[in-house]
Write a protein that binds this ligand. Sequence first.
Ligand code: PRP
Length: 185
Amino acid sequence: MKLWDDVARIMISEQELQARVKELGQELNATYTDEDHPLLICVLKGAFVFLADLIRHLEMRHDVDFMEISSYGAGTASSGVVRILLDLERNIEGRHVLIVEDIIDSGRTLDYITRNLLTRRPASLRVCTLLSKPSRREIDVPVDFVGFEIPDEFVTGYGLDFAEEYRNLPFIGVLKEEIYRNAEI
Ligand code: PRP
């Protein structure tokens, strides 16, 4: 398969991802009850694969909604510009809200989303991210559930893209340098 030829190295295998996602599901099962009926907010596009696997481990009643935020251009680093491309369908006032992210890098996107959602008066607001790059953090945002802390390498797969491609790879991988050499980093 052509896409796989662009991968230099697998950082987190499919098996490791699936095992950790299951554990995160169990952590959420220990945190929320049916009565809480949390609303999971999937931050598109990157988090959709993670969300799809995560909710299959949840035992409490819950529902999902979607937001799309754009902070990156076609390159591999945050421009610092955050825009809401798609907003929630429903009111979250009084709801227990869990933001589901694929990766937290500078923290700018999450900082914007949390400040924005807090103005809507949820009963609680927590954050679950599959990946975190602590060394890249510019804004200190609280994160409640973290799948993996990773080094500062450009990663794709399992929902994460490079120029909108590679989201379908079942692992987290590092692309060959020649693939993204000419992109803005
Ligand atoms: C990624 C990721 C986060 C954000 C993290 O989204 O999904 O939302 O960047 O970066 P930050 O901590 O530096 O703000 P991206 O803009 O790549 O969009 P996508 O999810 O649609 O691929």
